[in-house]
Design a protein around this ligand. Structure first.
Ligand code: FES
Length: 101
């Protein structure tokens, strides 16, 4: 949300990102959390141990309820990251898994 307030952000510019493998359209200045709230299935994420549903709360980097995987990196605060073309966003649903080689 706050990224849209920055100087030089062109709100008419469309950006394609991938949300859980699905292509969706965002606008320049959108944060990852805002895109997930608009296009994402519910819940936004689940906690690792109890699998409780969670969603962004503060939208300013304080509560850590907006954690997502961005371009393969886990536990990114979606409310603090502006979308980039081709970005791959994955919801975190419980414990992480380790892929075997
Ligand atoms: S919504 Fe609170 S840290 Fe992102």
């Amino acid at each position: 949300v706050f990224e849209r307030l920055k100087d030089g952000v062109d709100l008419s510019r469309r950006i394609l990102v991938y949300l859980d493998g699905r292509e969706v359209e965002a606008r320049e200045g959108d944060t990852v959390a805002s895109v997930l709230l608009v296009y994402g299935d519910r819940p936004y994420r689940r906690t690792p141990l109890s699998h409780s549903p969670r969603a962004p709360f503060c939208m300013m980097g304080v509560c850590f309820e907006c954690l997502v995987q961005i371009d393969g990196t886990y536990n990114q605060q979606g409310c603090l990251v502006a979308v980039e073309p081709g970005m791959r966003i994955e919801r975190q649903m419980g414990l992480r898994t380790v892929e075997r080689a």
